[in-house]
Every structure is written in structure tokens, then in C-alpha cells.
Write a protein that binds this ligand. Structure first.
Ligand SMILES: *[C@@H]1O[C@H](CO)[C@@H](O)[C@H](O)[C@H]1NC(C)=O
Ligand SMILES: *[C@@H]1O[C@H](CO)[C@@H](O)[C@H](O)[C@H]1NC(C)=O
Ligand SMILES: *[C@@H]1O[C@H](CO)[C@@H](O)[C@H](O)[C@H]1NC(C)=O
Length: 234
């Protein structure tokens, strides 16, 4: 309970409306799974992705595309890695151990323009390599914990879309997790949710982070997470 009390105190100290103190109570953990929360349920896909888990589809050696699964056991256990300074400068990485001594990171790469007309549409990967820049859970002074990219710099949203993955041919349709950055036009900056996609937040659900031989966890940060994201009353 202590972190929640500290949070309420700091929120009040900043003069934010007392409403923010109604934030759902959370726990703390080093490991977490990412649960999808559809922020506009009228845009949910069929089958629903609300409350489902971020999972991975293998596309090459230690390369995986982020997809949706109803099974928590198919969801990687992530952790946020970095110093306090890294976190302040959005340089902390969201990592996952493969279990065989390799470390994968959450990354994103632009979707080829011919595949999708929406600007700023990016695919999400869980793969060996440099963690995606600016990817981190929201800061402690925000009321709710969820994953953001370039928080405070541009608006953006994670989205889930029906899509094929080249590695699996053109028949099999996956619910893939992508990310769209805001685009600017003459009327301002907007996040355009592509047609047929659902806007989601990726919310951390506390999970036990196993020790893996040969993988140092000295920069793993304790994060705010929820014991059961599906049961949270937002
Ligand atoms: C989760 O989704 C519900 C329903 O769309 C919404 O009311 C709530 O604000 C969402 N929570 C977060 C953290 O996005
Ligand atoms: C974890 O964070 C530390 C501190 O910034 C950094 O030196 C290390 O390379 C990071 N590990 C990975 C796998 O990115
Ligand atoms: C997504 O694919 C499912 C079948 O896997 C289908 O039922 C649904 O209508 C599709 N949704 C959209 C928006 O294309």
C-alpha cells in the first residue's frame, strides 16, 4: 500500500485534482506480463482482444512479432532495465529473457508504406537487439501504469490489427500489436487509429521474474503493476 500512499501525496502536492487519487491500487514487481486494455471498446476486434496478453510469433532466430494470445503462459515475462537516470531520459529498455541466456527487447520498426496507408504506423517486435528508444512504463507520478513510447514528446497509441505475417504466408491472419505515432496536419496533431484496428494500452500484470543463469538482473527496476489487470476497476 505504501507506494499508493506516496503517489497520492505527490499528486496532491502537485495540485492535481483529487480525482486522480481514485487511481486503481497497484502492486510492485520486477517481472510483468503485458495485458491489452482496449480504450475504445466499440473498436474491439473479433474475437475480442480486451484483457488478452501480448504474445509473440516466431519469425526467425530470436526474432518475434508481437501478437495477441488469450493464454498468459504464451506471454513473455518482461522487465524494465536501466538506471534511474536511464528511466528519466527514456533510455530504459523493456526486456525479456529467453531462458537460454539470450535477452530480447521490445522494439519497433516502421510498417512499409505500401502495406498500410496510415503514417507513423509501426510494427512491434520482441527480438535480440537494441531496445526501442523511449519505451517505458509511465512515470510514478502518473495515476495509472501502462507502457508508453516517447511519453510526453508526441501522442501515440498501441493498436491491434488483423494482419498476415510474411513468415506464415498469406492465409493465416494474426491479431498483431502495432504502434501508431501522432501525425501533424493543418488542424493539429492527431493519433489516427487505422480503420479496422483497436486502440489499446499495454498494462503490466505482476509476474514472478525467474533468475536465469548468465543473465544479470542488477539494473532491473521495480515497477508498478496490477495483480489482475482484467479485474481492475478503472
Ligand atoms: C481500460 O479500458 C477501459 C474500457 O475501455 C477504460 O475505461 C479504461 O480507462 C482503460 N484503462 C486504461 C489504463 O487505459
Ligand atoms: C541494462 O541497463 C544497464 C544500465 O544502463 C546497461 O548497461 C545494460 O546494457 C542494459 N542491458 C541491456 C540488455 O540492454
Ligand atoms: C479480423 O479477423 C477475424 C477472423 O480471424 C474476423 O472475424 C474479423 O471480422 C476481422 N476483423 C476485421 C476488422 O477485419
Amino acid at each position: 500500500m505504501l507506494p499508493a500512499l506516496l503517489l497520492s501525496a505527490s499528486v496532491l502536492a502537485l495540485g492535481v485534482s483529487a480525482q486522480s487519487t481514485c487511481a486503481p491500487s497497484h502492486s510492485a514487481s520486477t517481472g510483468f506480463r503485458l495485458v491489452l486494455n482496449v480504450t475504445d471498446l466499440s473498436l474491439d476486434l473479433t474475437p475480442s482482444v480486451h484483457g488478452k496478453y501480448l504474445s509473440t510469433a516466431h519469425i526467425g532466430p530470436a526474432q518475434n512479432r508481437a501478437i495477441v494470445s488469450p493464454d498468459s503462459n504464451l506471454s513473455p515475462i518482461f522487465y524494465q532495465n536501466g538506471t534511474f537516470q536511464d528511466q528519466l531520459q527514456f533510455r530504459a529498455g523493456i526486456l525479456a529473457d529467453t531462458g537460454s541466456g539470450l535477452i530480447e527487447a521490445l522494439q519497433y520498426l516502421p510498417l512499409p508504406e505500401e502495406d498500410h496507408p496510415t503514417q507513423g504506423h509501426n510494427r512491434i517486435f520482441v527480438s535480440i537487439g537494441t531496445p526501442g528508444a523511449g519505451t517505458a512504463l509511465t512515470r510514478l507520478w502518473t495515476p495509472v501504469s501502462y507502457l508508453t513510447i516517447l511519453d510526453g514528446v508526441v501522442g501515440s497509441s498501441f493498436v491491434v490489427c488483423n494482419a498476415t505475417i510474411p513468415y506464415y504466408g498469406s492465409q493465416r491472419v494474426f491479431q498483431v500489436v502495432n504502434w501508431v505515432a501522432a501525425t501533424r496536419d493543418s488542424t493539429g496533431t492527431h493519433v489516427k487509429i487505422p480503420t479496422g484496428c483497436a486502440p489499446v494500452r499495454l498494462v503490466p500484470q505482476c509476474a514472478f521474474l525467474p533468475v536465469v543463469e548468465g543473465v544479470g538482473h542488477e539494473f532491473v527496476q521495480e515497477v508498478r503493476c496490477y495483480d489482475d489487470v482484467g479485474g481492475v476497476e478503472w
